[in-house]
Write a protein that binds this ligand. Sequence first.
Ligand code: AR6
Length: 337
Amino acid sequence: MPIEIIRHDITKMQVDAIVNAANESLSGGGGVDGAIHRAAGPQLLAECRLLNGCRTGDAKITSGGNLPCRYVIHTVGPVWKDGLHGEADLLKSCYQKSLSLAAAYGCSSVAFPLISSGIYGYPKDQALRIATDTIRDYLIEHTDDADLHVYIVVFDKASFRISEKLYTGIAEYIDDHYAWEHADRGRRRIAQMESACAIEEPPAECMLAVRASASLEEVLHEMDESFASMVMRKIDEKGMTDPECYKKANLDRKLFSKLRKDSHYRPKKQTALALAVALELPLEEAKELLMKAGYALSHSDKGDIIVEYFIVNGLYDIFEINAALYSFGQVPLGGRA
Ligand code: AR6
């Protein structure tokens, strides 16, 4: 995945560059800044002293000292006041300037902490949203940096925050669709018996009858169509380019080109779901696409229900979906070769 949110200590990340949430003096501090300076050793402070500080929203670079990364990019996030003092633009600028520096220094992987979301008080859900949106937009605009792999490293579980409203909406949806799976054995047995008597999905022959308006040739062709062919057809129908599609799907270029080259390529479920989201398929079509890769959206899988919630509500932002999946402890969408 070009953008990956992970829970880790950023000082341990084996990447080309890590980003430090510093202050304007670049003389070290608490939080992640303190942890980075401690792990990098005194050489880092000596290099920082030569940089003449750093303005809020800007970024500067040093070596990584004793850290496993080659570089540390120091950026200064805004102090949160009330959101009405240009905080969002300054925070965006931190990500943009840091990514430009990483690209200028030939980095192919970079790890960010959630800048400003600790001592500087930026609400974590908004900080995460700005981080994912800004990094995504940057990667879409800078096609040359398409292979840049970006980690957003969060330290504590509380950082996987999505807005209260979204969280509640998803929690209710899960409750409605998942609850019976957790009912006591007796109720579960009754539900099983009921579902054995009901036909949820019409058999293929019914579908042929229902779709009487389509020519037999068309229907047979669609039944034969592979996963990869359906993706390519949908890309054409929607007038998308390949990069638009794989970036919206949070897939790396190499993985996507496998799909382009091999019409029988069988993706992982998270990749198949990511493509359904990137192509903004309505629920039935998303299920059809998944089925072509041998998967289904299951109501006994919390992650599937969360993705379904977004599709049903016409919300196709993969990074918002991933933030929600993280919040509920589920595996994110996207993938790499
Ligand atoms: N790895 C990953 N994330 C971490 C780590 C770590 N080792 N340690 C903390 N975080 P903060 P700010 C998370 O306060 O809000 C310093 O004194 C933490 O949970 O480090 O931008 C500077 O010198 C939070 O989500 O940075 C400045 O004066 C995020 O990193 C000021 O703090 C950022 O928290 C900057 O404040």
